[in-house]
Design a protein around this ligand. Structure first.
Ligand code: ZN
Ligand code: ZN
Ligand code: FE
Length: 748
């Protein structure tokens, strides 16, 4: 008889709720090993017993043939004990001891097998709107605590019927240990509410009827409610905008399938893969000529495919529907209609009795050179950690403010929160505090250190200060653009020093002024500021974020051309600027975009922050453009772009009758020159050649590739974001690394 060995393994990663234990069971049988496995709060642990070669093959297969959604982030072989002569392989009940330590899977779009059953008249879940299995369904959004067991999810109140129980217990089925498993006899119920609160029979049919007639329906999804309406009825879309009482922000579109998407948008294989992936994000796609109007002012459209059974059923009667998150302004998506008079927004509400525990917006990304360029990393991605090469245990990074987010870390795993929203909104701030506490519980991390932005007035800073005071925890502050730079370094695994080109709307500088078009050099531990742009005065301060005509006037005034201003309050603004009245200075790239956009279009206001930059990108003529000649001056060792000649050049072209589209293209190309000038200046001073690009401006689809290619051509090695957002949602990742590696400014 050959010698037997026994192994004890602990596996961490996404290994719960993704069919991992059945996979182990099959694998053990295949390699003729005996033993057991079970879920623990750490992940999965197992012991297997067999011959040494069989054990070796088992271990190799463990890495190679994983179930599609599983991910192993750590595998520990903790003990090799004597064989006990066990027979067969068993799945044991979950072990609850220890601290909750496992990763939680993000939510997963309905899988092809469930979809087939949903449409199979003979199946007992035929047209059941909550069908799911170990390969798909709600996860993060229903989890209250760990281990990931039904009792600790919002499915806990639904007692499984005998038929479901049998599937749950049987290794042969796709629902073996699928925690949210249910059927029409035992699971949640869909209902359609009228504004007066009555329930209608046939919820799906009733909702389709309302939509068909041009009505607006609230639809409960995985992480919150959507507002849905027909995209092909301009009147209805206009009505939706009226009711949301907001702005010109683009609406996302849900298409029934890829063939519909292809009709309205250009679609590359990479984009197709993202749309159809289990994560099912909204993907920004280039519009085709017959795409519905009224949804977005840009050349792109945000498109997603149905990702829950409810969506699939609803979409049976439609090719495409507007699906925009039901929220007000910058608040997170609504997850509980009891909190909100939905009747103001929708003509009916398609809802159900499975609670959303963690609200989570749809993720939004663009595919850039085969990789993800995130605008919002949320449903389908959160709370998957970003792995970093540093021990960050116990660090809570509090993020920025307008695109609020945070990160809590354990070991080399940085658990970045979903998109939280604008913390200045009271309810959003409550949600922020609540999610931080939940992350602490769920990942079993005791906060030992706090890190926040340098901005004294950010609510995230205030939160960090308060906790530091109340719990006696050390607090670090990190300059905003340093955090952006570190975030991009971290996700690219960079150590040592590099050059950072950090372009965004606004961030608090170490000198107390507003920065945002910065050339930094340094690493996690610290930085120097080697380049920027001439700051523009913002008459009226924060008002300039929406009233971009004020910035245009300020640029003209600075260039000595105030007479050319078309602003209705030109004289008053000139007085403010001359007297330095409520006119803080900003070197934010976003503000320069806003000002130039306002000059080119004569538009004085926008309805959401950053709209100027988005629309300037959209209006720029395609094809090659020549940059304007740039003028720099050195100030305190910083290479500073003089914006005055740039403004004058733009104005003279405008006066010469040049098309705004051409001027916009030349302006963007001038920024490419600026990037190279700043990077070259920094290389001269330091010898560094690696350049990280971060900040929301580098989400610009036209600017980013040009800057990358031009830098590469000039001998630099550029890096950009592909795992977290270049905008402020990515800030906590940078804050975390800076805290772990000895940077930041201690706060006393
Ligand atoms: Zn499934
Ligand atoms: Zn059942
Ligand atoms: Fe920023």
């Amino acid at each position: 008889m050959p010698d037997l060995c026994r192994l004890h393994l602990e596996i961490e990663g996404i290994v719960q709720g993704v069919g991992f234990r059945p996979f182990l069971h099959r694998l053990a049988r295949q390699h003729e090993l005996a033993g057991w496995c079970r879920n623990t709060v750490f992940g999965v642990e197992l012991e297997v017993e067999g011959t040494a070669p069989a054990l070796a093959r088992f271990r190799a297969a463990l890495r190679e043939d994983l179930p599609p959604l599983a991910r192993i982030s750590a595998l520990r072989e903790t003990a090799c004990t004597a064989p006990v002569g066990e027979q067969g392989f068993h799945i044991l009940p979950s072990r609850r001891a220890g601290s909750p330590d496992t990763l939680i899977s993000p939510d997963i779009a309905t899988c092809p097998d469930c979809l087939r059953e949903l449409r199979d008249r003979g199946d007992r879940r035929y047209r059941y709107p909550f069908i799911n299995c170990t390969n798909c369904g709600p996860r993060f959004t229903i989890v209250k605590g760990l281990p990931y067991d039904r009792a600790l999810t919002s499915m806990g109140r639904f007692q499984m019927c005998p038929a479901c129980r049998a599937e749950y217990d049987s290794i042969e089925t796709r629902r073996y240990h699928a925690q949210p498993d249910c059927c029409p006899n035992c699971g949640p119920t869909l209902k359609l509410l009228t504004p007066s609160g009555e329930e209608q029979a046939d919820p799906i049919g009733g909702a389709q009827e309302i939509l068909q007639r041009g009505g607006i329906a609230a639809v409960k999804g995985l992480g919150g409610y959507h507002l849905a309406c027909r995209a092909d009825l301009p009147e209805t879309v206009a009505e939706l905008r009226r009711r949301k009482r907001r702005d010109e922000r683009p609406f996302a579109l849900m298409c029934r399938d890829l063939s519909v998407v292809r009709r309205y948008c250009d679609l590359s294989p990479d984009e197709e893969a993202r749309l159809g992936s289990p994560r099912a994000p909204i993907v920004l796609l280039k519009k085709r000529p017959d795409a519905p109007e009224n949804l977005s002012e840009t050349r792109e459209l945000g498109v997603m495919l149905p990702y829950t059974p409810v969506h699939h059923l609803l979409m049976e009667r439609f090719d495409l529907l507007v699906m925009t998150s039901m929220n007000v302004s910058d608040q997170p998506v609504l997850c509980d209609i009891a909190e909100f008079p939905w009747q103001r927004l929708a003509d009916a509400c398609l809802t159900h009795d499975r609670a959303i525990v963690n609200r989570c917006d749809d993720s939004l990304l663009r595919v850039f050179r085969g990789k993800d360029s995130f605008f919002r990393r949320s449903r389908g991605y959160a709370p998957e950690p970003v792995a970093v090469p540093a021990d960050c245990t116990g660090i809570l990074a509090c993020g920025a403010e307008q695109k609020g987010s945070f990160a809590l870390s354990r070991g080399g795993n940085v658990f970045l929160s979903q998109h939280i929203g604008d913390l200045k909104d009271w309810e959003t701030f409550q949600f922020y505090e609540q999610q931080i506490r939940r992350f602490e519980q769920r990942f079993g991390v005791a906060v030992r250190r706090l890190v926040c932005d340098l901005h004294p007035d950010y609510l995230s800073t205030e939160y960090a200060r308060k906790r530091s005071r109340e719990e006696g925890l050390p607090l670090l502050q990190v300059q905003h653009h340093h955090a952006h730079m570190a975030a991009c370094m971290a996700e690219n695994g960079l150590e040592g020093d590099c050059i950072g080109l950090i372009w965004d709307g606004t961030g608090y500088g170490t000198d107390g002024s507003i920065w945002g078009a910065e050339c930094l050099v340094g690493g996690y531990a610290g930085f120097e500021r080697l380049g920027t742009i001439r700051p523009v005065k913002l008459p009226g301060g924060d008002r300039c974020a929406r009233e971009i005509g004020r910035i245009a006037h300020s640029l003209l005034w600075d260039a000595g051309l105030p007479r050319r201003s078309a602003h209705p309050q030109a004289d008053q603004l000139t007085q403010m600027l001359s007297a330095d009245l409520n006119s803080p200075k900003s070197s934010g790239m976003g503000r320069l975009f806003d000002g130039v956009y306002a000059i080119l279009t004569g538009r004085h206001t926008v309805t959401y922050e950053g709209q100027g930059a988005v629309l300037l990108e959209a209006m720029a003529a395609e094809g090659q453009a020549a940059p304007y000649d740039l003028t720099f001056y050195e100030e305190e060792g910083r290479l500073t772009l003089d914006t005055r000649p740039l403004t004058a050049a733009i104005l003279s072209e405008q006066a010469g009758g040049i098309q705004p589209a051409s001027i916009a293209a030349r302006f963007l190309e001038s920024l490419v020159s600026l990037a190279v000038a700043h990077a070259s200046y920094a290389r001269e001073k330091t010898g560094l050649h690696r350049v990280v690009l971060s900040g929301g401006v580098f989400q610009n689809a036209r600017l980013l590739p040009r800057v990358l290619d031009t830098l590469t051509g000039a001998g630099f090695t550029p890096y950009y974001h592909t795992h977290v957002s270049a905008n402020d949602q990515g800030i906590p990742l940078g804050q975390t690394l800076i805290a772990a590696k000895g940077g930041g400014i201690p706060c006393v």
